[in-house]
Design a binder for this molecule. Structure first.
Ligand code: CMX
Length: 136
């Protein structure tokens, strides 16, 4: 399944409040949404760059996967890339059939109510990859 566009780029940060002004300045646009995703143990801030979004990710607790990542990468940085697909379940199944290790065998709900599924960076040449489907 061919993705139609890059849905977002996820960037891990320690504190949203310290980083939002930088992105507002370089993108020339205001952060349009701040949302906590309890399931993922993150607080997110979104910016639009054309059809693609920048998603800043702040951990909400030490057990958050973002907190763990920041321990190894204390300055923060690009955490994952997300592709938009028409059917996330079909995209995950196709990846698995092609030998790509899945983190999510079935879609779950992510920020902005998207249906999402992650591919494991061990089988994506080191890039944590997310497949996203817009809510119907
Ligand atoms: N990009 C690339 N590699 C990564 C990575 C990332 N973001 N995060 C972890 N890894 C690598 C580590 O470097 C490590 O590699 P080595 O074994 O070679 O050292 C390996 O993956 C395991 O790392 P770990 O620190 O032990 O981390 P975990 O196994 O606990 O978790 C992962 C790694 C990818 C399975 C986990 O982060 C995950 O399930 N991610 C999907 C969910 C997610 O990221 N949610 C936050 C965003 C939510 C949102 O967008 O709303």
């Amino acid at each position: 399944m061919q993705p139609s566009y890059i849905e977002h780029i996820g960037i891990a940060v320690s504190k949203l409040d310290e980083v939002i002004p930088y992105y507002e300045q370089i993108l020339g646009t205001k952060c349009y949404s701040i949302e906590e995703v309890a399931d993922q143990k993150v607080r997110t801030a979104f910016f639009k760059v054309g059809q693609t979004k920048i998603e800043l990710l702040e951990p909400t607790c030490p057990e958050s996967t973002i907190a763990k990542w920041l321990e190894k990468n204390p300055r923060g940085g690009v955490h994952h890339i997300a592709f938009n697909v028409d059917d996330v379940q079909a995209a995950l199944t196709e990846c698995e059939e092609n030998g790509i290790q899945l983190i999510d065998k079935t879609p779950r709900k992510g920020a902005e109510n998207l249906n999402i599924g992650f591919l494991h960076p061990k089988s994506t040449h080191g890039v944590l990859t997310e497949q996203c489907e817009q809510p119907k």
